[in-house]
Design a protein around this ligand. Structure first.
Ligand SMILES: [Zn+2]
Length: 152
């Protein structure tokens, strides 16, 4: 960090503390050359997460929308609201690691992959929406696939 007064490159941190509930680190620095004191702030870079839909349209990632979809799939199933909330967080974390842009299909597959171990019925419901199933045969095929996966 260059000194704002004499432009020397050699400055040292004399104090670091968290501010705004830990989302910001405030550092007091001192210039080794001229002893000028100054303060820097370190904070998260807010990188927007963008979902690329199959038709090429881009939209900001919406966790509430994702959770609504998972909630609908879990309706009447023994899955708690807390589980669904955690599920949404886990998916968002996954998407952020893959981001800043992620295809919606990839999010859908990740949801399916994780939902399978949460609840079989919820998984099939989500799959039916996600994959656009309309025939009973599709469900049947998916069930066979699911059984195979569980056996392996
Ligand atoms: Zn200086």
């Amino acid at each position: 960090m260059r000194c704002p007064k004499c432009q020397a490159d050699d400055t040292k941190v004399v104090d670091s503390r968290e501010a705004e509930d830990g989302s910001v680190i405030r550092r007091r620095r001192s210039c080794v050359a001229c002893a000028q004191r100054f303060t820097t702030y370190e904070r998260f870079e807010e990188v927007p997460l963008v979902v690329v839909k199959t038709n090429g349209q881009r939209e900001p990632f919406d966790r509430a929308k994702l959770i609504a979809g998972v909630e609908a799939a879990c309706k009447g199933r023994p899955v708690t609201a807390e589980q669904i909330e955690q599920f949404g967080e886990a998916i968002e974390e996954y998407a952020r690691l893959r981001g800043p842009e992620i295809p919606s299909s990839e999010i859908g597959l990740e949801v399916l992959d994780r939902l399978r171990s949460v609840d079989e019925v919820a998984y099939l419901r989500f799959a039916s929406v996600y994959k656009g199933f309309d025939a009973a045969a599709d469900f049947q095929r998916e069930l066979v696939l699911l059984k195979k996966l569980q056996q392996s």
